[in-house]
Design a protein. Structure first.
Length: 366
């Protein structure tokens, strides 16, 4: 009995240590929603949003033309980014959109409460509910559309809503329809902060008043974070660097293969090696959409930035090689020397799959 107990404890400890050492598990933990407790029960809107950003790592932009700054009654206990933002909207009347140019942003449109569910770092808000009838077959269909948003710090490549189960309220004849709906498949969302997804199911008799519940699983594929790499002491050579600078962080290795100068253009070749892990990308799918590169230098107290004008890539997961072009233009002149310039590169960290259960209730049927 004692030996069995010792074995069980040892196994549990070994499992715990293995879980702690698992880099993919650590990456998923990094994407769990961060808790926020506001410093005061009431704060001006700008200070409330500043605390929300500081404590969750997620900013909120402001695209309003008339930016009022009312005092806002805030949640008393711990909450998370999306719940806090909805609470601020309800209390202040100020609306927000997850579809802003820079991500989540305040808008001039007033806050309008809709049926909403939260799961992990995701927010699912009801956009449309409709019922239609096919005149030829007399079949009835229910169409639903949802705004699915994720915390701005997360930059996914693909998102899907899977394993959807709709439970309709009983109709006038006490019949109750339950329908299982397959997901539509992974949707490419790189560069976006939210997406509208729609599903269609069989519709009940017209006497049915509502969808009692909709349950589903949100799935996403993306990195735990974007990793910045910095390369100094840049030089342009005719061939590849003999000892190319290479940097590794969180299992991701970036190599500056070469920098070449041609007439009116500067070419930079970068090699990226990702940890393979358990994720996969098909040959037509890319994990490079959110990569960013720039060449910068402080000149006279001002920061001068060279931006790429094009790129060519060769990729086969988990490796890629990209040649970036920095072309001379009317607004961008190339320096005669790269002395004192710095190359800044940002690429995804460890890429993992995320899942989150969501449930919406009491969706009225038209």
């Amino acid at each position: 009995m004692i030996r069995s107990t010792i074995f069980a404890v040892a196994s549990a400890v070994a499992f715990s240590v293995a879980a702690q050492d698992d880099p993919e598990a650590a990456a998923r933990r990094a994407l769990e929603p961060q808790s926020v407790t506001f410093s005061q029960a009431t704060l001006p809107l700008d200070k409330a949003l500043a605390e929300l950003t500081a404590k969750t790592g997620n900013r909120v932009g402001d695209s309003r033309k008339q930016a009022a700054n009312p005092n806002v009654a805030l949640p008393k206990g711990p909450t998370t980014y999306w719940q806090a933002l909805d609470a601020i909207g309800r209390a202040s009347g100020v609306g927000f959109s997850p579809f802003g140019d820079g991500g989540v942003t305040l808008t001039d449109a007033p806050y309008r409460p809709v049926t909403t569910a939260y799961g992990g770092i995701f927010r699912v808000a009801t956009r449309r509910v409709g019922v239609s009838r096919d005149e030829e077959t007399q079949a009835r269909h229910c169409q639903l559309a949802f705004d699915i948003a994720w915390e701005p710090r997360f930059q996914p490549f693909f998102v899907d809503l899977r394993q959807v189960k709709l439970t309709f309220a009983p109709d006038a004849f006490q019949k109750q329809l339950i329908d299982d709906v397959a997901g539509r498949g992974r949707v490419h969302v790189a560069g976006r902060s939210a997406i509208e997804l729609d599903i269609q199911s069989t519709a009940p008799d017209r006497s049915c008043p509502k969808i009692a519940s909709l349950e589903g699983t949100l799935w996403a594929l993306g990195p735990n974070r974007m990793i910045p790499f910095t390369f100094n002491k840049l030089t342009a050579e005719k061939t590849a660097f003999k000892d190319p600078p290479r940097k590794t962080e969180d299992g991701v290795t970036v190599t500056l293969v070469w920098i070449k100068r041609q007439t009116g253009v500067l070419l930079v070749k970068v090699k990226i090696e990702n940890p393979k892990g358990t994720v996969r990308f098909d040959s037509h799918e890319s994990w490079l959409d959110n990569n960013r590169i720039s060449i910068t230098k402080e000149i006279g107290g001002k920061k001068r930035v060279l931006q790429p004008t094009g790129s060519q890539e060769e990729r086969q997961w988990p490796r890629a090689e990209i040649v970036y072009e920095f072309t001379e233009t009317e607004t961008q002149s190339l320096p005669a020397s790269l002395d004192g310039w710095t190359l800044q590169y940002e690429t995804p960290g460890r890429i993992v799959e995320l899942t989150a259960k969501v449930k919406l209730e009491n969706l009225a049927l038209p």
